[in-house]
Design a protein around this ligand. Sequence first.
Ligand SMILES: O=c1[nH]cnc2c1ncn2[C@@H]1O[C@H](CO)[C@@H](O)[C@H]1O
Length: 327
Amino acid sequence: MAAAAGEPKKIIIDTDPGIDDAMAIFVALRSPEVEVIGLTTIYGNVYTTLATRNALHLLEVADRTDIPVAEGSHVTITFCTQEDKKLRIADFVHGADGLGNQNFPPPEGKPIDMSATHFLVEQAKLYPGKVTVVALGPLTNIALAIQQDPSFVKNIGQIVLLGGAFAVNGNVNPAAEANIFGDPDAADIVFTSGADVLAVGINVTHQVILTDSDRETLASSKGKFAQYLLKILEVYFNYHHDAYSTKGVYLHDPTAMLAAINPSLITYVEGAVRVQTNGITRGLTLLYNKQKRFAEITKWSDQPSVKVAVTVDAPAVLKLVLERLME
Ligand SMILES: O=c1[nH]cnc2c1ncn2[C@@H]1O[C@H](CO)[C@@H](O)[C@H]1O
């Protein structure tokens, strides 16, 4: 991939690290096309407190403690009204510590004295139209930014999110993908906000697989990211071997990250997306392609269009992930 012309694109990574989050963060830090201006944290793969700790730890591993970490919401956006207040945490995918049960020492750094929402709002205002948020977890922080600042939607350049299962089964249950299921109300706010949104769902990321033999390729590198990731990937591989018949692991977060870095790696369609927020299909994402003019007003009528990824150049994504992590 050619280096981007001009200034690198500023990105904020909203993350719940997470093994594939760690890979995506490292890929971003090794990508000259982007400048990571901050990490914001969220629950999902781990609780938010641990997500913050892991975000600080990963930046220390990368020698990038110059990048600020802002802690995000500990609860879903409807926490006060919701009857079931229990968060769904995917520690069975990533290990109890979120990073493959390696029990790394606590980080030395601290998060900044500002909430994730405030940080997102402030950075979007500081660089209008120039900041891309790459959202790798449930969308609570982004929805809160949209609610708290009416100009956020206009100020933010793009929101590239890993989430949804468009016309395929989910990974939490047949209806829902994990990040959308984590906070469906927040996701619906983001999809209907009018912001420039690109959703990369598991209909796309399930095509990008790091196989057992790719893991051996990674092992042949002496690079610090490759060596670190080999340790934490064990748990992620074990989970995939048990849960899927695929011989490898899905590269969800790195695929979304590379779609933000180089949009030509994917193709997308446009339409209105709504999220089911209750019942047995809670977390379902449904795209209306605007092909039919319905006679009646529906919940999709007059909703802004978003972009939904439909194909990916999987070999190119895999090649870039390996190259950048093995440097
Ligand atoms: O089976 C699963 N349940 C919950 N979370 C999962 C599962 N598989 C992967 N992820 C996590 O959720 C995001 C993609 O949906 C990714 O961040 C991935 O690590």
